[in-house]
Design a protein around this ligand. Structure first.
Ligand code: ZN
Length: 219
């Protein structure tokens, strides 16, 4: 894939965030890493989704230095770069404040796994990282700490929102959509306390479900 193709892809994937109702106003961002050059395509800071184009995406190196583009990169760039430097297998990152997942983040608790769809995609609960200030690498450090060695491609950050990773930018967007969908259904289930409490899935079944989904499911 050329850098021009990645620029187009990251632009197109940004459009999925408002379409899937994962963002408000200019919040949220997608980035993709070109495996050949190691360069990263990321959203420009504070630009409305309607005003994004393939051309105004910003290209930075893995240290966060702008290589191409006239706009400032996302304020989460230092954290994205930290994650790419410490997770060599990922080539895509998404950040949103999607509503239901972020409600769990406000409480600072992981999103528990009561659903087979969540076991498939995340292999269990979605972990919750601690509080970190925006702008530097602190968020990236916290995300790496929680995702390294975890099956989950998603983490929620206390008081903040959701970060997802993937082998491609598209895979990271898919994880962001699935994280919000799982969080919404889990939230709804937790409202039904007059009827009972959601039933956790046994660890052996989590393992089986996640294995089937990652090794057998699909074409
Ligand atoms: Zn944020």
């Amino acid at each position: 894939m050329s850098l021009a193709t990645l620029r187009e892809e990251v632009y197109q994937l940004h459009l999925e965030l408002p379409k899937s109702q994962l963002i408000a106003w200019t919040m949220g961002n997608v980035s993709g890493r070109d495996p050949e050059t190691g360069l990263i395509v990321i959203k420009p800071s504070g630009v409305r989704y309607e005003q994004l184009t393939p051309q105004n995406m910003v290209i930075v190196d893995v240290q966060g230095k702008v290589v191409e583009g006239s706009l400032k990169p996302s304020s989460d760039t230092a954290s994205h770069c930290y994650m790419y430097r410490h997770m060599p297998d990922i080539n895509g990152i998404v950040h949103t404040h999607s509503r239901y997942a972020t409600a769990f983040a406000a409480l600072g608790v992981p999103i528990p796994c009561f659903l087979t769809g969540m076991a498939d995609e995340f292999g269990g609960e979605i972990p919750c990282g601690g509080f970190a200030l925006i702008g530097g690498e602190e968020i990236g450090e916290e995300v790496v700490k929680h995702l390294s060695g975890s099956r989950s491609p998603a983490v929620i950050m206390q008081n903040h929102g959701v970060f997802t990773v993937g082998k491609s930018a598209e895979a990271a967007v898919k994880a962001a959509v699935m994280a919000e969908d799982s969080a919404a259904t889990t939230w709804l289930a937790l409202q039904l306390h007059q009827l009972g409490t959601p039933i956790p899935i046994a660890q052996e079944n989590l393992d089986r479900l996640h294995h089937r989904y990652t090794h057998i499911y699909g074409q």
